[in-house]
Design a protein around this ligand. Structure first.
Ligand code: AMP
Length: 502
């Protein structure tokens, strides 16, 4: 089933309902949203672009994003969303790898890409786009099957070249329906606010809000600005947002400094990277029970586990702290297991590689059978993440296997050391990595962003109070900020390189 049918159905019943806003200004009702998508579809078909053809979306978070995306789908095409923070050359590499026929771009990104890309680019602020919107609309939506591709998701690539995850209609149907079962309800009175990149989870989450006919708000800044978010939340009300953990942390800090209470924020779904217990505890204390965590990866988008609103907020539960440190339980459409080095499922309590299976899992990587065979084994997605399952099904992540530190033959999970250090009032951010050591194999080193000056002796004493002696960092290095990729994930590879160069 073509995902664009969800839009068609809402538009048929409630064409006058508010659909898309730029900040506080409405740019489309559902009727207009659908009609514009059909005009884009008709224009694409006129260009010879049809079922299975790839079309890039290299845009900031702008209202035209949704129109272009549904237009491509209505024509039977496959969207290739590209992170707007990438360099034009990186975006051109992705378009080339995807074999894209065309790329829609937004202002400021068009020039950098079109200068280096062989794929034709069309700026959605240009007259060309106005011409597309003047095309007579297509008569209907091109039928697609559950196994057809709808999205090529290029991994953020903390190492090496990104890979194109083949996302099918079936995966997105499963993800969207599982959201209602495991993450949150959505009503027509709700508002999806897009402050994280649309090319990633935040954009994938448009589906549930289209399905239910909710409002979609693109911040006028085109990105993440705390004050703007508080203002838009107060204005629109019942706001749902997807945030990376660093965004939650920044929102809490700014809210505390400026006396904001987060009025209008209904649900913040966080995930995409580790959320430290100290940070989520502070966020819940300030904003209340509005948080739900998800754990997923492009290969099983937003859909491996969820930690419910109740689990995040229930301070009185005896397992509250342990659950907060977990990523929750398997989402309804996913089978979850911990595998040994051969991918054989292990009993509860064992640490091993997290494996997922089910309708939300990808069939493989685009044009990359070798990487696909390594990642999908006997139908299981090998996530590359290490973790452990409790007897009642809560999954706790233990860092990616390549980040694990083995010192004197003992495993040390950086996350545990980071959690402990973040409890110190001077520590703003921290990342812990292994440093090659002649005698121990590796020793533990912490890179710290501090309030004031770094005091290794104080941090050492603090660690002795919280974690086993052998897990303490043997060296601390102060940084102004941690190196991060374009989705805000800390680049431990860069930190290890820094150590090699010392
Ligand atoms: P991506 O494919 O770019 O979405 O990256 C997925 C990776 O982000 C996962 O394999 C995890 O390593 C990490 N990740 C996603 N969600 C979480 C979470 N809730 N907590 C910790 N790490 C996460």
């Amino acid at each position: 089933m073509n995902l664009a049918l969800w839009l068609e159905r809402v538009a048929a019943v409630t064409p006058e309902r508010d659909a898309i806003f730029l900040g506080k200004e409405r740019t489309a009702t559902y009727g207009a949203f659908h009609e514009r998508a059909l005009r884009v579809a008709a224009w694409l078909v006129g260009q010879g672009i049809g079922p299975g053809d790839r079309v890039g979306l290299f845009m900031k978070n702008v209202p035209e994003y949704l129109v272009a995306q549904y237009g491509v789908w209505a024509a039977g095409g496959v969207v290739v969303p590209i992170n707007a923070k990438l360099h034009g050359r990186e975006a051109a590499w992705i378009l080339d790898n995807a074999g894209a026929s065309l790329c829609f771009t937004s202002k400021g990104l068009h020039e950098g890409l079109s200068a280096v890309s062989e794929v034709p680019c069309l700026d959605v602020t240009s007259e060309g786009w106005q011409g597309i919107l003047a095309t007579p609309p297509a008569h209907g939506i091109v039928p697609r099957s559950a196994d057809d591709l709808s999205w090529l998701f290029y991994t953020s690539g903390t190492t090496g070249r990104p890979k194109g995850v083949m996302i099918t209609n079936r995966m997105l149907h499963a993800m969207a329906l599982s959201y209602f079962a495991d993450v949150d309800e959505v009503t027509p009175d709700d508002t999806a606010l897009y402050a994280a990149p649309m090319s990633h989870g935040a954009g994938i989450y448009n589906l549930m809000h289209v399905l239910k006919g909710a409002r979609h708000v693109l911040p006028a800044s085109g990105g993440f600005d705390e004050a703007e978010i508080f203002d838009l939340a107060r204005h629109h009300g019942r706001v749902h947002m997807f945030c990376a953990p660093t965004m939650v942390k920044r929102m809490t800090e700014v809210a505390k400094q400026t006396g904001q209470d987060g009025a209008g924020l209904r649900t913040i779904v966080y995930g995409g990277g580790p959320m430290y217990v100290a940070d989520i505890t502070e966020a819940v204390a300030h904003f209340g029970p509005i948080f739900v965590q998800i754990y997923g990866q492009g290969e099983c988008p937003m859909c491996i586990t969820a930690l419910s609103r109740g689990d995040v907020a229930d301070r009185n539960h005896p397992d509250w702290q342990a659950r907060l440190a977990s990523v929750g339980r398997a989402q309804s459409v996913v089978e979850l297991a911990i595998g040994d080095e051969n991918g054989v499922p292990q009993p509860a309590g064992t640490v091993g590689e997290i494996m997922a299976r089910g309708d939300a899992v990808m069939p493989g990587y685009w044009n990359n059978p070798e990487a696909s065979a390594k990642t999908i084994r006997d139908g299981w997605l090998m996530t590359g993440d290490m973790g452990t399952l409790s007897a009642d099904g809560y999954l706790t992540l233990k860092d990616r296997s390549k980040d694990l530190i083995i010192s004197g033959g003992t495993n040390i999970y950086p996350r545990e050391v980071e959690e402990a250090l973040l409890l110190h009032p001077d520590v703003v951010e921290v990342s812990v990595v292994g440093r090659p050591h002649l005698e121990w194999g590796e020793d533990v080193v912490a890179f710290v962003v501090c309030r004031g000056t770094l005091d290794p002796a104080a941090l050492d004493a603090h660690c002795l109070d919280h974690i086993a002696r052998f897990k303490r960092p043997k060296a601390y290095f102060a940084l102004h900020e941690l190196p991060k990729n374009n989705y805000g994930k800390v680049l431990k590879t860069e930190l290890r390189k820094t150590l090699e160069e010392m």
